[in-house]
Design a protein around this ligand. Structure first.
Ligand code: BGC
Length: 973
């Protein structure tokens, strides 16, 4: 990590560092271009896809000066141009990310190779990059000959998953074959007895009334000269299964339907198409019932042998009906499909108290159980799932009506591998009954999720924080499944807008969500009301429109801006701007004559620990404070987006709205001295982080008040969904980063680490999803896999490790680590320009920092206590500066109580000393905090004397002794 030519630590690291940051020579190479946000650009929907590339070079300060792109048509067509096909001229530009397509628009089914080469400021040309092959899918309704076919009559939302089939003949000179396919429901396609592709739960979930994804598979290898069979099985999925927490089903329609178009290309240039139409036939299949929430029942004896191969006797099969579905809803995906992403072995297999087999996978996850079972024809195998155990049994109450039970009836003697097809579960534990002699190696957990590319990593010296981070990653994996969901286990699993609004920055660091969330935003725009209102969840399912709701509906402005900030995606901003504008206008219409948004339903600071268990919106912060603050935020982001796109008049309009609302906020909710209505941490965090306080005086007071509230809360969490993602930033910006660390390091409930100390492997929905006695919170809304409160990981990346974007796409990095109580931390992120890394450690009285800045980027480097940053270009760097650990922390009698509280070791010591006085007991340290709060500005000596006098009047306990012990002991040792 350390650059060998970096000078040793010196008293003036800056001077020596800057000298080194000269351009030096190094070979420059470019990666194969990437296409939009696709990892696998097969069947893409863009006729003018934007291109990106990363440069690798050992040279420092490398910036692209020019680039050149080449295109070559492949796959049976004639090459366009010579060696590299057509090329653009050299284009003078430093842009490397999502640059506009410079060639003629692509046609449907066109396959081309793209390469790039670049020069830096020295004019030296890189070699041509490796080629990326991209292929467009079907781009318009006219490209589809296939019709949707069904086995279901209208009004019959039950019945086994149907099998569909069709035989056809393939000639010997087949060059290539593509299957374009989708379903109303879920499909699993097969050709000649083999599974097509490795997607699961395809076609995924979108706002089906407006958009339905189709997938493209290269199936050349599955076909044979002569007779072939194409088949598919259809499940209910999101289309026709139960969906939503109010018991609804078949929300999109009651007829499952298949759409498939197989296109064959032959060496002589001719084509053949096999498409779904009235010539297909169907038969009920072995999956008797299937539902995402309830699970699946398959009777394997009912699978007709060889149904997916040519030559099957189809006498019993019936003709399929053709449906009139509008092909304009068909669209190619922007992000990756759902796949099996990992398999986990069982960590224990035991007998439950009721005598069934209980399996623990050691990790709360999303997917299903794969069992290798034996037992002979007719044996029933039942698998039930739960996230936690209670009294040695599955705790299924948090599943509500999602019974999450898979049942199989075996068909054969010998071993059968069992996996469901059209369901998924959120679980750590499974209970299996039925198969005799099950051993631990017969059981594994299959993890599924949208197959996103990992781009971000974090590590530090506190193993509990590392586990917290790991839990965030697992909650993201479980809830990024076609759309970003709230939780994966109960009868909900919906695209709650508020949850992703707060989690998007964390998500965009950990995984490449550029395509995944762009797709979800298309759904958001599609589901947005004519009045601009954004539904509570997207895809929207509500029987009647949900009311405009602050911090939830604001996903319309926040998520596009986060994506632009992380991926420098102007195209996305341009596409979402009308939606941003419409939402902000809608929210603005909710304001009254005061200019604040005070009326109507709000979730408020949802799940503030102070809110009653059954009224999660009734926290400390008045909902109108949240709503008005978020209106400022949305107006500002809309203005920023418009400005980025050069729409200056729009930008001005929303800046004015932001200013007006900011003034209204201050007028209605903030006193002259900086107190804010509700006087809770979330209110201050919003006001400080969203910059809602007009005078420096008010800002100072608010910052101080927030810090005192955090102290007086005993460094326990006192914020919900809205305040929790902001509180550490607000403290940091207020110059109280040490308090941010205290909050994060807290292990007592409510805190981020409390669940970790109690064995959590994902982020819980509630601070007390498990109650202090270890029992499951009895409220029906209790999940153990909700990413929202894991939004804190973004602060860990940006501030704790110190790797933040200072310009869209991390073109400029802000490296500003906050050591706090840790001795090391690091973050690594694959930015659109290349890999960036920040790693620091405290060692030998010094702070050592190493940084990797990707080619094309710059960085501002803030060493501890810096008031101005140093600027560097791309390259690897390291710094070392003196950093005496624990200095200034030695306690004095004159130290203020405020500082005493802030110094965790001294404070804990005082608590212990007082507890040791005979007869004195505190429930916990918060009892002492309560006593300390009115005395924050007194000296420690004064406070301890008063305290001892109050606690033990006339019992001869000496305050001086306590003070002496407090001073003497070195609690930091
Ligand atoms: C969901 C959420 C959501 C909330 C809003 C819950 O049922 O699980 O996470 O944001 O409702 O009220």
């Amino acid at each position: 990590m350390t650059n060998p030519i970096t000078p040793p630590a010196s008293a003036t690291p800056r001077a020596s560092q800057t000298q080194l940051a000269d351009v030096s020579l190094g070979a420059v190479r470019t990666t194969a271009p990437t296409v939009e946000h696709h990892d696998e650009p097969l069947g893409i929907g863009e006729e003018r896809p934007r291109l990106s590339w990363r440069v690798t070079t050992g040279a420092r300060n490398w910036v692209q000066e020019r680039y050149q792109l080449a295109i070559r048509r492949v796959g049976g067509g004639t090459a366009r141009g010579a060696e590299h096909g057509d090329t653009t001229g050299w284009i003078d530009s430093a842009e490397q990310v999502l640059v506009d397509w410079p060639f003629a628009p692509l046609a449907a089914r066109e396959r081309v190779e793209i390469r790039v080469r670049v020069t830096g400021e020295d004019g030296v040309e890189s070699p041509w990059s490796p080629a990326t092959t991209l292929e467009t899918g079907l781009l318009a309704p006219r490209d589809w000959d296939a019709r949707f076919i069904t086995a279901d009559g209208p009004g019959e939302p039950d019945g086994p998953a149907p099998l569909f089939r069709r035989e056809f003949t393939v000639r010997k000179d087949l060059l290539s074959a593509r299957l374009y396919i989708t379903a109303q429901g879920l499909y699993e396609a097969r050709i000649n007895g083999r599974r097509v592709g490795d997607h699961v739960l395809a076609p995924g979930w979108t706002s089906y009334r407006h958009r339905l994804h189709y997938q493209t598979y290269d199936v050349t290898e599955l076909l044979l000269p002569g007779a072939n069979a194409l088949g598919a099985m259809l499940g209910n999925g999101w289309y026709r299964g139960y969906l939503g927490y109010w018991g609804a089903r078949a929300l999109y329609g009651d007829q499952r339907a298949l759409l498939a178009q197989l296109e064959l290309r032959y060496a002589d240039g001719t084509e053949q198409r096999v498409v779904t139409d009235a010539d297909w036939s169907w038969l009920p299949g072995p999956v008797l019932t299937d539902d995402l929430y309830r699970g699946e029942h398959a009777d394997l004896r009912k699978e007709p042998a060889g149904w997916d191969r040519a030559g099957h006797d189809a006498a019993r099969w019936q003709a399929a009906d053709v449906l009139d579905t509008d092909p304009r809803i068909l669209t190619a995906p922007d992000g990756p499909p759902i796949r099996r992403t990992e398999t986990l072995p069982a960590v224990s297999l035991s007998e439950s108290s009721s005598g069934t087999t209980l399996v623990d996978f050691g990790q709360n996850l999303v997917g299903w159980v794969r069992i290798t079972a034996s037992g002979g024809p007719g044996t029933e195998v039942t698998v039930r799932h739960a996230e936690v155990l209670q009294n040695g049994e599955l705790a299924t109450r948090p599943l509500r009506t999602a019974t999450s039970t898979d049942t199989y009836t075996l068909a054969e003697t010998g071993e059968t591998v069992l996996e469901p097809r059209f369901t998924f579960h959120g679980f750590r534990y499974a209970e299996i009954s039925g198969p005799p002699g099950l051993a631990i190696h017969d059981v594994e957990a299959v993890v599924i999720g949208s197959d996103l590319r990992r781009t971000g990593w974090f590590s530090c010296s506190d193993p509990l924080l590392e586990r917290l981070h790991e839990n965030v990653v697992w909650s993201m994996r479980g809830n990024f499944l076609a759309v970003p969901t709230d939780c994966p286990q109960r009868d909900e699993r919906l695209g709650w807008t508020g949850d992703i609004q707060v989690f998007a920055p964390t998500a965009a660091f950990l995984y490449d969500v550029g395509g995944f969330l762009a797709s979800w935003l298309r759904d958001l725009s599609a589901d947005q009301g004519k009045d601009g209102n954004v539904p509570w969840f997207v895809p929207d399912l509500m029987p009647t429109p949900s009311p405009p709701t602050a911090a939830w509906s604001d996903a319309a402005t926040v998520v596009p801006w986060v994506l632009h900030e992380r991926y420098v995606d102007r195209g996305l901003l341009a596409r979402q701007l009308p939606s941003m504008v419409a939402w902000t206008d809608c929210a603005a219409r909710e304001t009254d004559e005061t200019g604040c948004w005070r009326a109507g339903f709000q979730f408020g600071d949802w799940l503030d620990p102070a809110a009653p268990a059954d009224a999660p919106s009734a926290g400390r912060t008045p909902p109108e404070v949240v709503a008005t603050a978020y209106l400022v935020r949305s107006a500002e982001l809309t203005s920023l987006a418009a400005e980025t796109l050069g729409e200056l008049e729009t930008a001005r309009r929303y800046t004015e709205l932001a200013e007006r609302t900011r003034a209204a906020f201050a007028r209605e909710y903030v006193t002259a001295s900086g107190r804010i209505l509700g006087d809770g941490q979330t209110a201050y965090a919003l006001a400080l982080h969203f910059d809602l306080l007009p005078t420096p005086e008010q800002r100072r007071h608010a910052a101080r008040r927030l810090a005192d509230l955090v102290r007086s809360g005993g460094f326990r969490i006192a914020t919900g969904f809205v305040g929790t993602p902001l509180i550490l930033d607000a403290l940091t910006e207020a110059g109280e980063a040490h308090l941010a660390h205290r909050l994060l390091a807290q292990r007592q409930a409510p805190s981020w680490l409390d669940p970790v100390t109690r064995g959590a492997t994902t982020i819980w929905e509630r601070w007390d999803s498990l109650l202090p006695d270890g029992s499951v919170n009895p409220d029906g809304m209790t999940s153990f896999n909700h990413y929202a409160l894991g939004a804190v990981a973004d602060w860990m990346h940006r501030s704790l490790a110190g790797l933040a974007p200072a310009a869209p796409g991390y073109r400029s990095l802000r490296v500003r680590p906050l050591p706090g109580y840790l001795t090391r931390a690091s973050a690594r992120h694959l930015t659109p320009y290349g890999e960036a890394e920040v790693a620091w450690r405290l060692d030998d009285g010094a702070f050592h920092l190493s940084v990797v800045v990707p080619p094309g980027c710059t960085a501002e480097i803030w060493l501890p206590d810096d008031r101005v940053p140093e600027h560097v270009g791309s390259g690897r760097y390291s710094w070392s500066v003196p950093y005496p650990v624990g200095a200034g922390a030695q306690l004095q009698r004159t130290t203020s109580v405020r500082s005493l509280i802030d110094d965790e070791p001294s404070w804990t010591r005082l608590v212990k000393l007082l507890q040791s006085i005979e007869g004195v007991t505190f429930a916990d340290d918060r009892a002492l905090v309560k006593l300390a709060v009115p005395n924050l500005d007194r000296s420690v000596a004064d406070f301890v004397s008063r305290l001892v006098a109050d606690l033990r009047p006339g019992r001869g306990v000496d305050a001086a002794e306590i003070l002496a012990e407090l001073e003497e002991a070195d609690p930091h040792a």
